[in-house]
Design a protein around this ligand. Sequence first.
Ligand code: KG4
Ligand code: ZN
Length: 331
Amino acid sequence: MKDVLIMGIESSCDETSVAIVKNGREVLSNCINSQIKIHEEYGGVVPEIASRCHTEVINSIMKRALKEANITMEEIDAISVTQGPGLVGALLVGVSYAKGLSYVTKKPLIAVNHIEGHIAGNYLTYKELEPPFICLIISGGHTHLIRVKSYNDFQVLGKTKDDAIGEAFDKVARVIGLGYPGGPKVDELAKKGNPSIKLPVTHLENLDFSFSGIKTAVINLNHKSSDINKADLCCSFQVAVTNMLLTNVRKAIDMFNADKIVIAGGVSRNSFIRDSFNNLEKEKNVKVYYPEPVLCTDNAAMIASAGYYNYIIGERADLKLNAIPNLKIGE
Ligand code: KG4
Ligand code: ZN
């Protein structure tokens, strides 16, 4: 069978990325321009600035992606782009660019759900991984527990009722003065602490999550006692949120007799979460997967992989494609 080369375009938040992926599994290039340095001084992503930065760099990132993959635009089979969820202005840059490119090159246009992209990040790391499996997506904007029945069939088992887990990590880091993005900084500092501080852990009856209670508790504790040990606070926070994740994942394993647990999204870079989920392998007799670090956070290779699985079942978008900031998965 002829190889299928998909170009992926991602601009849903603060990373502008273009990638070329072969047959949904092999990364030929994955160029990422992160805006972290620009947003750092504001303590978080400023949507207006994000959109402007995407516009400035997207064309040169696209050219670099082709060059690094050593292929020409003519060889590309289809262009896939993140349609949502994400920041509307940021998404619009990628969607408009992809539409223009598709029009000029006459290549098919494929719309991709960013959350499906995060799941597909694992297909790039594990060539043998196939659905069905249970996937936990933990990122700056999302916390979803999903039953991936096939490459294109998703059942949402649970999601956060309030904050995404990454948002909680970033907020905790901000209030204790660690800066943005907070996740990796909390991860590092927690290694020097102990889980000695009692924090409220929310376990809902269904498979949903809630992180606002623990986030507020950390903020209040930090305000009340300025001499609190910050490493202990980070460590206690990390242990508590990991327990919340594990509880629901254990329930899902039992409910569906699952043998594969797939973790995805930026927070899946967290070292404590990775170690804890590794322990599930023995405890629950399952295999645990998570993408290599660069494929955990936002990147276009995962969008190209998800795009490939839409492409081969004949899904096509047209020039009416619009960004959908609150695009859902599995509905
Ligand atoms: O997937 P992602 O790039 O963006 C969204 O789709 O939201 O995830 C970004 C999030 C940020 O909240 C960041 O703090 C978090 O991933 N993150 C981490 C770690 N590395 C990145 N959180 C905890 N520990 C880490 N090591
Ligand atoms: Zn993401």
